[in-house]
Design a protein around this ligand. Structure first.
Ligand code: NAD
Length: 569
């Protein structure tokens, strides 16, 4: 059977062939590299999709190629009918090719899962001189790149552009006939993902990390097995890092499997915008999607079980974002427990929930379930390995070095169920690798910034006012509203504030929260202050550029020390 090796998807039009690894007449295995292409600052490796003999190489080095071009032709195993006919022959040439190829590999560290935990750990380990194998069953980049942080931010940006166009007149500009094409919004999001995934593939290759596509199974603490296409690979390894991430949770309620019910991954692949959407769960995912879809003109209702949305934040932040959500037409029901989803005769869904002992009903075209994520232990035989889990069996238990109860097996990221954030997973990956290599390292969970991409953004680091009170820490709070910031006013983004939490007796900055323009970028300054134990005086003495939104941090710190310059309480 002849198989054409075709260039699948390209981000930016064309690529250039920089290397051809095989000649016509040579044999090639499935997954073996055939070509290296240079495309938009990143290199792409084109692998053979089949095992066989190369009949023809269709391109030359330096040649430009585009998606859809045939790069090589391979004589592979016959199609099933032909193979059946071959069975009767005395000599079956292709029969030997169809047998699984057994391979044995050796390495220092095998990493299972190529998300922001796993791939960062792989790069870090390779940089420190280790021989690394990374196993990924899907696409590199994990939830963060493919179904989480990056795709949602691409949608957030599209919603922001749409908003800016609608508000153009306020800025003295004209924009007419504005509309959203969700197919193109999703298309752009996909192109951003492809570019980033290709970038990661390129970096891993440059660091000589062997990436194997398949499901990694831990046989014992020094053996991992993986099937990659026709190859059965046994890896003998000194250490293992489990980085298998998490998956969306669902409520065990009637109607949860109806067609209208989506999880966050489905919501990132829509080809049509619904008129009405109900979001179950007013946590981080629920609120980010509420602002995205409301920004595109969808009628959004959020139903949250707790008495507040984004319950981990201080109440002044929650009040502010709830007020802004209301002003944008987002309806929020708190203290409301969703109990059932019903499919109506007219195709509409009805979300049934109870609030104050009363049953309530809301209709919608689509229902987004955003009630949390759970560690993904699929394929890991935790029990027979003897891996200890956290209390209530949620996630793999690790110590501060990211080591499990089996000394040479480490776990990082969402699978540990500690803090489900991409930047935490990456940091945990670096900590695990350093400890494996013999450089003692621990993660400081007290200084983990969180960034929520609502409109406006919200960010927080260190201790909050609520938590400080609970822990009996005597604090003073300094606040500065963006309405008093020159830069924020020029941007037309004057909602929100910066809030600094100062320890009374030492003057040290223990935490901070921001709601407003650039909040998710600005939080880095407060994170550094908390991590380094800086006092308010240290920040006050640091000149902040004018006009920037960062001045609002300077002013909030001044407020905590007796009074801001550009605002009077
Ligand atoms: P979450 O735990 O933050 O929020 C889920 C919400 O659903 C909770 O507020 C919960 O009270 C509510 N809920 C549960 N059962 C309910 C019911 N029957 N009726 C109504 N409400 C109900 O989970 P999430 O928002 O799905 O996010 C999952 C994880 O992903 C989190 O750990 C989050 O930190 C992470 N994440 C982070 C970001 C970011 O940092 N920007 C973005 C996306 C996801």
């Amino acid at each position: 059977m002849l198989i054409d090796i075709t260039l699948k998807e390209l981000n930016n039009g064309e690529a250039r062939v920089v290397r051809i690894f095989k000649n016509a007449g040579e044999t090639v295995k499935a997954g073996e590299a055939l070509f290296e292409l240079e495309a938009n600052k990143s290199n792409i490796t084109v692998e053979s999709e089949a095992e066989g003999k190369i009949c023809k190489i269709m391109v030359e080095e330096s040649q430009s190629v585009k998606a859809g071009d045939v790069l090589a032709r391979i004589e592979g195993p016959p199609c099933p009918q032909a193979a059946a006919a071959e069975d009767t022959a005395d000599f079956n040439y292709f029969g030997t090719l169809l047998k699984p190829q057994e391979q044995e590999l050796e390495c220092d560290i095998t990493i299972i899962g190529g998300g922001p935990g796993g791939y960062v750990a792989a790069i870090q380990a390779a940089k420190m001189g280790a021989k690394v194998i990374l196993i990924e069953k899907d696409v590199l980049g994990g939830t963060c790149l493919n179904r989480g942080c990056i795709p949602t931010k691409s949608l957030v940006r599209s919603a922001e552009i749409f908003k800016n166009l609608k508000e153009a007149e306020d800025f003295g500009c004209q924009a007419e006939n504005i509309s959203v094409d969700i197919k193109n919004v999703i298309g752009r999001k996909n192109r951003v993902i492809t570019q980033l995934v290709q970038g990661i593939e390129y970096i891993l290759k440059k660091h000589d990390v062997r990436v194997i596509r398949g499901i990694g199974e831990i046989k014992d603490c020094n053996t991992v097995f993986v099937k990659e296409k026709a190859a059965e690979i046994t890896i003998k390894t000194n250490n293992i890092i489990i980085a298998t991430g998490s998956k969306s949770s669902s409520l065990p309620i009637p109607g949860k499997d109806l067609e209208c019910v989506m999880d966050s991954s489905d919501a990132l692949q829509m080809d049509e915008l619904p008129e009405k959407m109900v979001i179950i769960g007013g946590g981080v995912i629920g609120m980010e999607f509420a602002f995205i879809f409301s920004g595109f003109g969808v009628d959004v209702t959020v139903v949250e079980f707790l008495d507040e949305v984004l319950a981990a934040f201080d109440s002044d932040i929650i009040e502010e974002i709830s007020k802004i959500a209301k002003s944008k037409g987002i309806k929020i029901f708190t203290g409301s427990k969703v109990e059932q989803i019903i499919q109506g005769e007219d195709g509409q869904s009805i979300v049934v929930f109870s609030k104050d002992n009363e049953k309530k009903y809301i209709s919608a075209d689509k229902v987004l379930m955003a009630v949390g994520r759970q560690p993904s232990l699929d394929g890991l035989d935790v029990a027979s390995l003897g891996l200890e889990l956290n209390d209530k069996g949620r996630g793999i238990k690790v110590n501060e070095k990211m080591q499990t109860n089996i000394p040479n097996i480490y776990a990082i990221g969402d699978v540990t169920n500690r803090v489900l954030l991409a930047h935490v997973a990456s940091h945990q990956g670096i900590v695990a690798v350093k400890n494996i290599i013999g450089v003692p390292s621990e993660i400081d969970y007290n200084v983990i910034p969180s960034a929520i991409f609502t409109d406006p953004e919200i960010a927080m680091v260190g201790i909050g006012e609520k938590a400080a009170k609970k822990q009996g820490i005597d604090v003073e709070v300094g606040k500065f509203p963006f309405a008093a910031s020159g830069k924020a006013l020029t941007m037309g983004e004057s909602r929100g504030f910066v809030k600094i939490i100062k320890q009374k007796c030492t003057g040290k900055i223990l935490g901070g929260a921001i709601i407003g323009p650039h909040a998710t970028d600005l939080i880095a300054e407060i994170a550094l202050a908390v991590k380094k134990g800086l006092t308010c005086e240290d920040v006050i003495e640091t000149v902040h550029a004018h006009p920037t939104t960062a001045e609002a941090i300077h002013e909030a710190v001044l407020a905590a020390e007796g009074g801001a310059i550009h605002f009077v309480n």
